[in-house]
Design a protein around this ligand. Structure first.
Ligand SMILES: Cc1cc2nc3c(=O)[nH]c(=O)nc-3n(C[C@H](O)[C@H](O)[C@H](O)COP(=O)(O)OP(=O)(O)OC[C@H]3O[C@@H](n4cnc5c(N)ncnc54)[C@H](O)[C@@H]3O)c2cc1C
Ligand SMILES: *[C@@H]1O[C@H](CO)[C@@H](O)[C@H](O)[C@H]1NC(C)=O
Ligand SMILES: *[C@@H]1O[C@H](CO)[C@@H](O)[C@H](O)[C@H]1NC(C)=O
Ligand SMILES: *[C@@H]1O[C@H](CO)[C@@H](O)[C@H](O)[C@H]1NC(C)=O
Ligand SMILES: *[C@@H]1O[C@H](CO)[C@@H](O)[C@H](O)[C@H]1NC(C)=O
Length: 513
């Protein structure tokens, strides 16, 4: 153990005290059965969060524990594809950032190939015309931005980078086995009070305080938050910074569809998939031989083949407990667990259309064959019926695949706040032959200040992974939360409180790099 010289006497004393209490508690631990690994663990939900949890739980608890993963729908959850013109396309979560290390680790471990995002040209549509269009030339884009917004664009990249730097610390903490009991403590460990306050202030407030202009926020920042979260610059600062990170280069996706990671993790973790919806989680106590009572969870579920129930030592909920999302009731817990937390999920329609775009709708006057923009972001204007419009590539590009020009029939994806009707389609497309619409309760509606973030621990050994989405929602956030839940479950099972909610990790671990 390395003590930082900067550690104050007070902290040192607190630390020693903690260590002593900790080892004393260990010696006094009266239930020896608690030091055996658990017999069985239930994971509720097989999206990236639940399947990553199964993967990390196996890693933490070893080969003997039985892990059951409940999922009534398709494995993948919000990672899903739809078929169109003989190819599969992503309808939910699409791109992964080059610094999303857990996602990277999964594909490496599972031997799944990735596909690099085909370079795309962006434009911004204000409801009647394109107010910005990227050129093929980096220097032209740079000068245009400089001309219009001064150094705002450059400073934005620096600001996002500084947020990412702090964000990246979580990987080292997790590598050393540290875990956190709440979203707030996790964020605080990453970057202290300032970082935590990102969640309590809007992106707009945060960036204005950093000196960015309102015009820049409206013209440049807002199109990104709309594309990423279907919301304005009033989302929280952290979710906002992550939206802006999607402007980076090097974004990638999984060859064959992102949901392949979920089925891969399930397989790799040797857990059993139970195709059923969990309806009720109930805590029960039964006396044991030694006279000590032990508690367990009874999980009730309904599947195609009827209803059933099983008992588990540990349960991880990997689906949002919010209106319209899971409908699980909890009983037998000392403190009542809310089956629905406050706040709502934002509805987004993801519509795939195989057809020919009406470029005049975008106010483009040159021939469609010369229109090479593939990502149309939108400004916050009431005339905009969409959040974004993108030319999309199949999840597995056939040999010799080239993105067709706008004058050809090809697959476009529209993100919109409401379902597109025939009238909308007629305005947006000159012709089309197939349409596939997926409604999503996509991510939280972010309205900072965040009054109450759901906890990671709902009860003794009942964990809630999706709480992390109230900081920001993405595949990587779910994976980070999954690893945190597995570490937390492990440390609490073995009563190793030393690696839970430690303060000053950044300074303490710096010596170990
Ligand atoms: C349109 C869209 C675009 C997105 N784009 C991106 C992107 O580009 N990059 C990115 O990183 N993220 C993106 N996201 C966010 C990302 O998809 C999610 O954050 C992530 O997939 C959430 O994973 P999860 O496992 O936590 O939750 P989910 O995927 O929602 O998994 C929860 C699972 O639990 C199951 N379930 C629900 N109730 C029960 C029950 N009672 N019993 C058993 N099972 C139950 C559900 O069927 C579901 O499969 C996007 C999301 C959407 C909707
Ligand atoms: C879009 O921008 C143009 C040019 O700046 C402007 O004339 C037009 O009114 C704007 N449209 C909307 C809907 O804001
Ligand atoms: C959940 O299960 C417990 C015990 O099995 C039962 O007492 C309780 O009524 C159930 N709750 C609901 C809402 O089904
Ligand atoms: C295309 O868009 C233009 C401009 O919005 C509109 O006038 C026209 O009706 C649309 N549809 C077709 C088929 O041109
Ligand atoms: C965020 O703001 C709310 C309401 O103003 C407050 O209750 C909460 O403690 C704040 N949280 C943080 C982390 O500052």
């Amino acid at each position: 153990m390395i003590f930082k010289r900067t550690m104050s006497v007070g902290t040192l004393r607190a630390f020693l005290l903690l260590t002593i209490c900790h080892s004393a508690r260990r010696c006094l631990a009266s239930a020896p059965e608690l030091h055996q690994p658990p017999t069985s663990i239930a994971v509720v939900g097989a999206g990236i969060g639940g399947t990553a949890a199964a993967f990390y739980l196996r890693q933490e608890f070893g080969p003997t524990v039985k892990i059951d993963v409940f999922e009534p729908g398709d494995v993948g959850g919000r990672l899903a594809t739809a078929r169109m013109a003989n190819q599969e396309y992503e309808t939910g979560g699409v791109v992964i950032h080059p610094l999303n290390l857990h996602m990277k680790h999964f594909v490496d471990k599972l031997g799944i190939s990735t596909r690099q995002d085909v370079p795309s040209k962006k434009a911004v549509f204000n409801g009647s015309e394109l107010t910005f269009e990227e050129s093929d030339w980096f220097i032209v884009n740079f000068l245009r931005m400089l001309w219009r917004y001064g150094l705002n664009y450059l400073f934005m990249q620096m600001w996002v980078e500084s947020v990412m730097d702090k964000f990246m610390r979580i990987y080292q903490y997790q590598q050393y086995g540290y875990s956190f009991t709440s979203v707030e403590r996790l964020l605080h460990a990453m970057g202290g009070d300032d970082f935590l306050s990102l969640m309590n202030h809007s992106l707009e407030e945060t960036m204005r305080a950093e000196g960015f202009t309102q015009v820049f926020l409206n013209d440049v920042v807002s199109p990104f938050t709309r594309q990423t979260y279907g919301q304005s610059v009033r989302i929280n600062g952290l979710a906002g910074a992550l939206s802006l990170a999607w402007a980076d280069s090097g974004l990638w996706a999984v060859d064959g569809g992102n949901k392949r990671v979920c089925s891969g993790l399930l397989y790799h973790s040797k857990s059993e998939l139970i195709p059923a919806r969990v309806t009720n989680v109930s805590f029960k106590v039964r006396p044991s031989k030694t006279g000590l009572s032990t508690g367990f969870y009874e999980v009730t579920y309904v599947g195609d083949t009827g209803a059933g129930h099983s008992t588990y030592d540990v349960v991880v909920i990997a689906t949002p407990l919010h209106q319209g999302k899971s409908d699980i009731s909890f009983s037998g817990l000392s403190s009542p667990v809310v089956s629905q937390f406050p706040g709502i999920y934002h509805q987004v329609f993801s519509t795939l259309v195989h057809g020919v775009l009406n470029t005049s709708y975008l106010g483009v006057t040159r021939p469609a064959s010369e229109f090479t923009v593939s990502e149309v972001l939108t400004a916050d204007s009431k005339d905009n019926i969409m959040y974004s419009l993108m030319s999309v590539d199949p999840v597995h590009a056939p040999a010799g695949y080239n993105r067709p020009p706008a004058s050809h029939s090809k697959v476009w994806k529209v993100f919109s706040p409401r379902a597109l009707d025939q009238e909308d389609l007629r305005r947006l497309f000159l012709s089309w032959d197939s349409v596939s619409q997926t409604p999503w309760l996509a991510y939280p509606t972010y309205r900072p200040p965040q009054r109450q973030t759901p906890p990671f621990i709902l009860h003794n050994r009942l964990y809630y992974l999706s709480a992390v989405e109230w900081a920001a929602s993405s595949m990587e956030m779910s994976a980070i939360s999954a690893r945190n839940a597995a570490l937390l479950a492990h440390h609490r099972w073995h009563e190793q409180t030393g690696r839970i909610d430690r303060e000053d990790l950044h300074t303490r671990l710096r010596g170990e790099l």
